[in-house]
Design a protein around this ligand. Structure first.
Ligand SMILES: C[S@@+](CC[C@H](N)C(=O)[O-])C[C@H]1O[C@@H](n2cnc3c(N)ncnc32)[C@H](O)[C@@H]1O
Length: 223
């Protein structure tokens, strides 16, 4: 697992083609995954949401469409700069680390984090901070990649470890997309991740398997 400093510079370097490759390599599925997360975040009222690891702001944009007010946190200043250019409205960008969120306890109705937690080497510390800043009764929603089970696993590993780095070498930085595959392989399986969320204080955890189990949405409550 890479340290926070090298993660930051890696995302700073790949920012130019980041959105384009997300859409291309997921065949546009990433748009649907974020829509699903935004739909589940809305809970009948206008929410004040922290979008952690907000990156170039695609999740924040979906949340804004639902009428929420968003604070977007990221360690990569270059990614945040793109988010600011793309987003109009109730979006406050904050350059900070997930391990030390610059907010008081119980500040937010919900925290969302799309494809960020896998990059945080101290998962429990990050989840602990997320838990701290959510109001009682609030929710965390985490989107993250996973390896599918069964027949799909082998071809998906080929896609992840050979095809994606090849395409990335044409448009972006190959090593960053090699790291993508490695980090997905190393990340917890869904049931282990649910256990860690529980250990970090979240209850009533629900999981949704998306795109044949290649992506999971985890939703937990702070009671
Ligand atoms: C794969 S991108 C996801 C961006 C965006 N959420 C999306 O769905 O496209 C991961 C993001 O997490 C950020 N990140 C990684 N480690 C972080 C940390 N410790 N604190 C805050 N942000 C972090 C990176 O800078 C990067 O923008």
């Amino acid at each position: 697992m890479k340290e926070t400093g090298s993660i930051k510079s890696m995302f700073d370097k790949i920012v130019r083609r980041y959105d384009f490759l997300n859409h291309l390599l997921s065949l546009g599925q990433d748009i649907l995954w974020r829509k699903k997360m935004a739909k589940e975040t809305l809970n009948g009222k206008t929410y004040f949401v922290l979008d952690l690891a907000t990156g170039t702001g695609d999740s924040a944009k979906e949340l804004l469409r639902k009428g929420m007010k968003i604070v977007g946190v990221d360690i990569s200043f270059e990614m945040l700069k793109v988010a600011v250019r793309k987003i109009e409205g109730n979006f406050i960008p904050v350059s900070a680390s997930a391990y030390q969120l610059p907010f008081k306890n119980q500040s937010f109705d919900a925290v969302t984090c799309a494809f960020g937690i896998r990059n945080m080497h101290d998962t429990e510390k990050a989840l602990g901070e997320i838990n701290r800043v959510i109001k009682k009764g609030g929710r965390v929603l985490i989107l993250e990649f996973s390896l599918p089970q069964g027949l799909l696993r082998k071809p998906y590993l080929f896609y992840l470890k050979k095809f994606i780095p090849f395409v990335a070498s044409i448009f972006s930085v190959r090593s960053a997309y090699e790291y993508l595959g490695l980090s997905i392989e190393k990340f917890y399986n869904p049931s282990d991740f649910v256990n860690i969320m529980e250990k970090c204080g979240f209850k009533k955890i629900k999981t949704f398997s998306l795109s044949f189990g290649t992506v999971y949405l985890y939703i937990g409550e702070k009671i």
